[in-house]
Design a protein around this ligand. Structure first.
Ligand code: ZN
Length: 124
């Protein structure tokens, strides 16, 4: 079953309202001069859907540097670099994705990946 998701620009507006206008990884303000990019927590190459529940805002640099690195590994890397990565946000959005998949079904590849990530980062 396909989820009816708003368009890309509207999703970003909702993400910034939900999480605040900062990069999830380095904390940079992405509401002004630095544009927000959409970062998929479960990467698209791992089957991650383009749903609000799988997306956070990131600055272009962090989005590019992270590439297909998993959220748990990338959080650890950000901390190693001394960046104020928002682990609480990542945990909360991953849990929302788990609920969304449970509700909408499908997403088999994303679900297996997500389970492994939740074991590492989620505060349940
Ligand atoms: Zn950043």
């Amino acid at each position: 079953m396909q989820s009816q998701q708003p368009g890309r620009a509207e999703r970003m507006r909702l993400i910034l309202t939900r999480d605040g206008p900062t990069c999830a990884w380095c904390g940079l303000d992405v509401s002004g001069r630095v544009p927000a990019t959409t970062d998929h927590l479960v990467p698209r190459v791992k089957g991650g859907p383009s749903w609000l529940e799988n997306e956070v805002a990131a600055c272009r640099r962090c989005n590019r540097l992270r590439g297909h690195t998993s959220p748990a590994d990338w959080l650890a890397e950000c901390l190693r670099r001394g960046w104020p990565a928002d682990a609480e946000r990542v945990s909360r959005v991953l849990l929302a994705l788990e609920s969304a998949i449970a509700e909408r079904g499908g997403q088999r590849r994303a679900r297996a990946y997500l389970d492994a990530q939740l074991r590492r980062v989620a505060k349940r």
